[in-house]
Design a protein. Structure first.
Length: 88
């Protein structure tokens, strides 16, 4: 049986400690990655919701813009009618 020198045993302990540290860091990174994926999914869902809301707001604004000429014409007609009533 071969005996190990103190220096070699020390190197094995250092290597063992580094492996333990690497394993702990791996677990930490896996947890962080999991949380980042969850946050990304939540932000993606929020983004989709905001895009839908913006699309609906755009449709409503476009509908209002299409009605402006008719509303202006109605206002002019009403003003003319009121003017005729005052003159009569």
């Amino acid at each position: 049986m071969q005996s190990y020198s103190g220096g070699m045993i020390s190197e094995f302990h250092e290597l063992s400690e580094k492996i333990d540290l690497l394993a702990a860091m791996t677990q930490t990174l896996r947890r962080e990655n999991f949380h980042l994926r969850e946050a990304n999914a939540a932000l993606t869902a929020e983004n989709m919701n905001n895009l839908q809301r913006m699309g609906e707001a755009q449709r409503r604004i476009e509908a209002l813009l299409q009605n402006i000429p008719a509303l202006v014409q109605a206002g002019l007609s009403e003003a003319a009618a009121q003017s005729e009533e005052k003159d009569a």
